[in-house]
Design a protein around this ligand. Structure first.
Ligand SMILES: Cc1ncc(COP(=O)(O)O)c(C=O)c1O
Length: 399
């Protein structure tokens, strides 16, 4: 018997890791070298001992239902961190009105579209703007909310950030939500404060919501990436129509903790809190306690950042001048131009036992344009330094 399913599901055919398994699983590497898996952005650094210590110290709380919005201590710690990190005025953010904790940003990014995408806008199907390449959840969230996902190519020609001035007015008028990612996955580009202000200006002018995914904000090379809340503060009109998503997955190498938050426009946060009381994931109290301790601590973050910098040094020394190598401003990916991303991925697996992601799997051909990722591969430099050195040697040997 056929179970009737939501027909939108059929359009979700872009889960990149499934496509990667289909490409590589039939292939056995010809070399005996130990495999190096650089396809997944999962930090291999260990989180600081503070995490396990705080979990253990709060082990008597597993019996309690946790508050959906997050404990007052956690929301206070998040406000403290946001204020320090983005130099916000004391009192600009209220832990009760501007912050909701999440079980990692993924679920929040997904559910958020159900909040802000109406059935129609101006009598037409609403649009969700998605950078291209993109984190797959943006497209999934847009599609399942019944929106028309409009892909904004971010290529070398526009410094790997969507060209805001090129978005047609007719598209902006239909837009309900814009997912922006800075630092961008996969290219590592950082949106400048001016760029963020421009995006906020468009959201206010055309009456849509700007959701900025800042989950790589703490992995940066030189300058701390500006954030959308900081841009709001510079514009001086509160956080109207703007939310940001942050996570401990990359900042504290704690992807398994499942802890993040959304912050910004108090009206949106209030409505999101209401929606999440039906469909949100609660975060257990010991995890909230650990998250509180992690947001209060900067030492482990600085150490983590320094490790990524050393790895970008290694990658730069080995790969500069090849494959269009550039040192990204943020994040932990290399975005290498190799001609045919799928062919290079196959070759790296078959001849070097390195698993990477073809860039085309995290982007798509839209509106008659070529897939802006198809000439690239994405490599997550999440391992230790020695492993990265080995990987770079093998890449140079094979590509
Ligand atoms: C751009 C981007 N956003 C969000 C996430 C989700 O991270 P988490 O749910 O662990 O916070 C990821 C994870 O890889 C990501 O790359």
């Amino acid at each position: 018997m056929r179970v009737p399913l939501n027909p939108q599901l059929d359009t979700l055919s872009d889960y990149p890791f499934e496509a990667l398994r289909t490409l590589l699983n039939p292939v056995t590497p010809r070399v005996n070298d130990p495999p190096i898996l650089m396809s997944l952005g999962e930090p291999q650094h260990q989180p600081p001992p503070l995490l396990a210590e705080t979990l253990a110290a709060n082990a008597d709380k597993w019996n309690q239902y946790p508050p959906m919005a997050g404990t007052a201590e956690l929301r206070q710690a998040i406000v403290g961190w946001l204020n320090r990190r983005y130099r916000l005025a004391a009192g600009a953010l209220d832990p009760d009105r501007n912050i909701l904790t999440l079980a990692g940003t993924k679920e929040g990014l997904y559910l958020f579209s159900s909040l802000v995408v109406p059935r129609e806008k101006g009598g037409r199907q609403p649009v969700v703007l998605v950078p291209n390449p993109y984190y797959l959840v943006y497209n999934g969230a847009a599609t399942m909310a019944g929106a028309d996902a409009v892909f904004l190519d971010a290529t070398r020609d526009n410094d790997f950030m969507p060209d805001l001035a090129a978005i047609p007015r007719e598209t902006l008028e239909r837009t309900a939500l814009f997912y922006l990612c800075s630092p961008a996955n996969p290219q590592g580009t950082v949106a400048s404060l001016d760029y963020l202000k421009q995006a906020i200006g468009l959201a206010r002018q055309y009456d849509f919501v700007l959701a900025v995914d800042e989950c790589y904000a703490e992995i940066y090379d030189r300058a701390p990436p500006p954030g959308a809340l900081e841009a709001c503060a510079a514009l001086g009109d509160g956080f109207d129509r703007v939310v940001v998503f942050h996570s401990l997955s990359k900042r504290s190498s704690a992807a398994g903790l499942r802890s993040g938050f959304v912050a910004g426009d108090p009206k949106l946060i209030g409505h999101f809190s209401h929606l999440r009381s039906y469909g949100g994931c609660q975060v257990p109290l010991p995890i909230q306690a650990a998250a509180t301790a992690l947001w209060r601590d900067e030492a482990h973050v600085e150490e983590n950042r320094a490790r990524y910098r050393r790895k970008f040094d290694i990658a730069e020394a080995a790969l500069a001048g090849r494959y269009g190598f550039y040192r990204p401003d943020g994040g932990f990916f290399l975005w290498l131009e190799v001609g045919d991303g799928e062919a290079a991925t196959l070759r790296l697996w078959r001849d070097a036992a390195i698993r990477v992601l073809p860039g085309g799997y995290t982007a798509r051909a839209a509106d008659g344009r070529a897939n802006p990722g198809e000439a690239y591969i994405r490599l997550a430099i999440v391992h230790d330094e020695a492993t990265l050195e080995t990987a770079c040697e093998r890449i140079r040997r094979v590509l």
